[in-house]
Design a binder for this molecule. Structure first.
Ligand SMILES: NC(=O)C1=CN([C@@H]2O[C@H](COP(=O)(O)OP(=O)(O)OC[C@H]3O[C@@H](n4cnc5c(N)ncnc54)[C@H](O)[C@@H]3O)[C@@H](O)[C@H]2O)C=CC1
Ligand SMILES: O=C(O)[C@@H]1CCC=N1
Length: 268
């Protein structure tokens, strides 16, 4: 049973996770506490039933789950700071992109039961794609983490060697998908809609396309075939996009992000 979750680092993702966990109806009893040095910036979380604080040690005391939501280069300092208050049983979760579990374990004096969790920012509305890898954890501990995150979206356990790929496809993927929506909106304005209406139409269309795949388990190309009338307008537009490098640009972007993680730039 989880009685207390401490989230160290109430930035973009830390705050989104806190909201997501609380909104999900809490598969646990007790408290979610988020820390940040400039705590006034996260005071508003209190209105959503989330505790906030500045004292990392105090937050970690008696916590069953500790989520490290700081930048990768801050991980080492934070771990040495909280270690005195970290109980042996606590499950340690790192969100840091590109820092592997073995390294985290070394930072934490050889600690076991370490999880890397890579949600995306849609966790704040219960629609995350959350990839998880576990390091020297028991099946029961894996189940605890699965149960914790399942109400916040879709959870997929993956081998740790795929965490960098998951980061690009799911976490960065939110930005890539949103850039598609923005571009579609701009195109929509050129062909006659006001920007608000163009955005509404473009975003619901993307949602519908995604749901066709998620619910129908169809292949995207099979759904595309249903829309592309022979000599019709869709295929002309689609082919023009491909002539301009649409799929290629997306794939190259994914690979560029992936290479950046793999090359491990330190100050991200
Ligand atoms: N899955 C995803 O969609 C994303 C994952 N990430 C990963 O999540 C982690 C957090 O990223 P963001 O939320 O974007 O960063 P951020 O910079 O918005 O948040 C980090 C927060 O930690 C706080 N912080 C720094 N030192 C602290 C300390 N000593 N005590 C308490 N709080 C402290 C900072 O003030 C900041 O608010 C990163 O490791 C990043 O790799 C980041 C963005 C998106
Ligand atoms: O852009 C980044 O480095 C972070 C990691 C995943 C999403 N945002």
């Amino acid at each position: 049973m989880i009685n207390k979750i401490a989230i160290i680092g109430g930035g973009n993702l830390g705050a989104a996770i806190a909201k997501g966990l609380v909104k999900s109806g809490k598969p646990f009893k007790g408290e979610v506490i988020v820390t940040r040095r400039r705590v006034h910036l996260i005071k508003s979380l209190e209105q959503e039933g989330i505790s906030v604080g500045q004292d990392n040690l105090k937050a970690v005391e008696n916590a069953d789950v500790v989520i490290l939501a700081v930048k990768p280069y801050q991980l080492e300092d934070i771990i040495s700071e909280i270690q005195p208050a970290l109980s042996d049983e606590a499950l340690l979760i790192s969100l840091a992109a590109g820092v592997d579990s073995q390294r985290i374990s070394e930072m934490a004096s050889g600690r076991k039961s370490i999880f890397r969790v890579m949600p995306n920012t849609a966790i704040s509305i219960g629609e995350s794609m959350t990839c998880v890898s576990s390091y020297e954890a028991t099946e029961e501990q894996d189940a605890v983490i699965r149960e914790l995150f399942e109400p916040t979206g879709t959870v997929q356990f993956i081998p740790e060697e795929l965490m960098a790929s998951a980061t690009v496809l799911a976490a960065c993927g939110i930005a890539f998908a949103l850039r598609f929506i923005r571009a579609a909106t701009q195109g929509g304005v050129e062909i006659g809609f006001g920007s608000d209406l163009a955005l509404k139409i473009a975003s619901q269309t993307v949602k519908g396309a995604a749901e066709l795949i998620i619910r129908g388990e169809a292949h995207p190309e099979a759904e595309i075939d249903k829309v592309t009338t022979p000599r019709g307008i869709t295929i002309s537009g689609l082919n023009e996009m491909e002539h301009q490098g649409f799929s290629s640009a997306l794939i190259k972007g994914l690979i560029t992000s992936f290479e950046k993680i793999e090359n491990g730039s330190k100050k991200r």
